[in-house]
Design a protein around this ligand. Structure first.
Ligand code: NAD
Length: 351
C-alpha cells in the first residue's frame, strides 16, 4: 500500500506529520513517500505541481495532502500559483468525486456557532463534483473589449456523463446510509443545472429505494443553518459544493474538524482536510490536526477497504475529544487546550 504524502504549505506540514504518525501507529506496513506541492513545489522546482510529485502521486494507491497556498504567491502568474497545483493534480488523477462528511461530535456541540439543539446529532455527507463546472469550463480569462474595458469570463459546463457518474457516487453512498439524496442546483436560472436536475431524476430510476429531492442552492445555503439535520446525502456541482461544504463545516464547530476524500472511478483517492493552509497560524503548532487525521481514516475506508482500522482512528479521535483535549479553534471552558502535536499525541495514545 503506497501513499504519496504531500504536506504542501502553511500548516500543511504540521498537520500531515500528525496524520502520518497515527497511520504509522497502526503498523500496517504502509509505504509513505513525501513530495512537495503548491508553494513548496514552486520553491523546489518552479512548478506548483512538479513532474516528480505528479509521477509519485500517479504511482501511489492514495495521496495524503495537507493544504496549499500562501498570500506571498498571490502575485505570481496564475499558472504558477499554489492552488493551480491542486486543481491540476485533481484533474490529472481524475478525482471527480469529493466526499465531505460533516459530522458533529457530541463533545463539540457547544463549539458550533449554532445552538446545540440545531446541530447535535448532525451527520451529513456532501458529495461534490470536482473536475468540471465553472472552475474548468472553457472559454475563460480576462480580455479587453474593443472599447478598452476589461471583461472576465468563466464558463459553467457539465455534460450528461459527468453528472451521471457523480450522481451514482451519491446514490451508492445513500444506499449505505439512510437512503436520502438531496440534489442541489439552480435549475430555475442556469441551464447547466437544469440538465443536472434532469439527469439526477433519470438516474434515480435505478435506485428506487432512495428518496431523491431537489433544492436550489440559495435555499440550501439557508436550510443548512436553519435546520441542517434535514439533510443526509447532498450532491452538487463543483462551485456550489465548494461553498456549501465550507458552510457545513462550521456546523461541526470548526473547519479544522472536516476531512475529505476525492476519488476516481476505481477508488484511488486523494485525502485532505477541507480547510486551507491557514497562513495566519502556520508555524505556531496550534492548528487542529483532526481533519487531516480523519482524512487518513477515510483513506483506509475508501481506498484500502479497511473499515476496521478506519473506525479505530475515528474512535481514537472521539476518545481524545471525550478526554477533553482541544486545539485553540475548538477550545471551550473546562477543556484542556493543547497544541497541534499534543493533539496528535493524544489521538495516538488513544489508538
Ligand atoms: P483557510 O481554510 O486556510 O483558513 C480560514 C480560517 O480557518 C483561518 O482563520 C485559519 O486560521 C482557520 N483554520 C483553517 N484550518 C485550520 C485548522 N486546521 N486549525 C485551526 N484553524 C484553522 O482559508 P483561507 O484563509 O481562505 O485561505 C488561506 C490559503 O489557503 C489561501 O492561499 C487559499 O488559496 C488556500 N486554500 C487552500 C485550500 C486547499 O489546499 N485545499 C483550500 C482553501 C484555501
Amino acid at each position: 500500500m503506497k501513499i504519496a504524502v504531500l504536506p504542501g504549505d502553511g500548516i500543511g506540514p504540521e498537520i500531515v506529520a500528525q496524520a502520518v504518525q497515527v497511520l504509522n501507529g497502526l503498523n500496517l506496513g504502509l509505504e509513505m513517500t513525501e513530495a512537495p506541492i503548491g508553494g513548496a513545489g514552486y520553491e523546489a522546482a518552479g512548478d506548483p505541481l512538479p513532474e516528480a510529485t505528479l509521477q509519485l502521486a500517479k504511482e501511489a494507491d492514495a495521496v495524503l495532502l495537507g493544504a496549499v497556498g500562501d498570500w506571498k504567491y498571490d502575485k505570481l502568474e496564475r499558472h504558477l500559483r499554489p492552488e493551480r497545483g491542486l486543481l491540476r493534480i485533481r484533474k490529472e488523477l481524475n478525482l471527480f468525486a469529493n466526499l465531505r462528511p460533516a459530522l458533529l461530535y457530541p463533545e463539540l456541540a457547544s463549539a458550533s456557532t449554532l445552538k446545540p439543539e440545531v446541530v447535535s446529532g448532525l451527520d451529513i455527507m456532501i458529495v461534490r463534483e470536482l473536475t468540471g463546472d465553472i472552475y474548468f469550463g472553457q472559454p475563460r480569462g480576462i480580455s479587453t473589449l474593443e472599447n478598452g474595458e476589461r471583461e472576465g469570463i468563466n464558463t459553467m459546463r457539465y455534460n450528461e456523463s459527468e453528472i451521471k457518474r457523480i450522481g451514482r457516487v451519491a446514490f451508492d453512498i445513500a444506499m449505505k446510509r439512510s437512503k436520502k439524496v438531496c440534489s442541489v442546483d439552480k435549475a430555475n436560472v442556469l441551464e447547466t443545472t437544469e440538465l443536472w436536475r434532469q439527469v439526477m431524476i433519470e438516474l434515480s430510476a435505478e435506485y428506487p429505494e432512495v428518496e431523491l429531492s431537489h433544492m436550489y442552492v440559495d435555499n440550501a445555503a439557508m436550510q443548512l443553518v436553519r435546520a441542517p439535520k434535514q439533510f443526509d446525502v447532498m450532491v452538487t456541482g463543483n462551485i456550489f459544493g465548494d461553498i456549501l461544504s465550507d458552510e457545513a463545516s462550521m456546523l461541526t464547530g470548526s473547519i479544522g474538524m472536516l476531512p475529505s476524500a476525492s476519488l476516481d472511478a476505481n477508488n484511488k483517492g486523494m485525502y485532505e482536510p477541507s480547510h486551507g493552509s491557514a497562513p495566519d497560524i502556520a508555524g505556531k503548532n496550534i492548528a487542529n490536526p483532526l481533519a487531516t487525521i480523519l482524512s487518513a481514516a477515510m483513506m483506509l475506508r475508501y481506498t484500502f477497504n479497511d473499515e476496521a482500522n478506519a473506525t479505530r482512528i475515528e474512535d481514537a479521535v472521539k476518545k481524545a475529544l471525550a478526554d477533553g483535549y482541544r486545539t485553540a479553534d475548538i477550545y471551550t471552558e473546562d477543556t484542556k487546550k493543547v497544541s497541534c502535536s499534543e493533539m496528535g499525541a493524544a489521538v495516538l495514545a488513544a489508538l
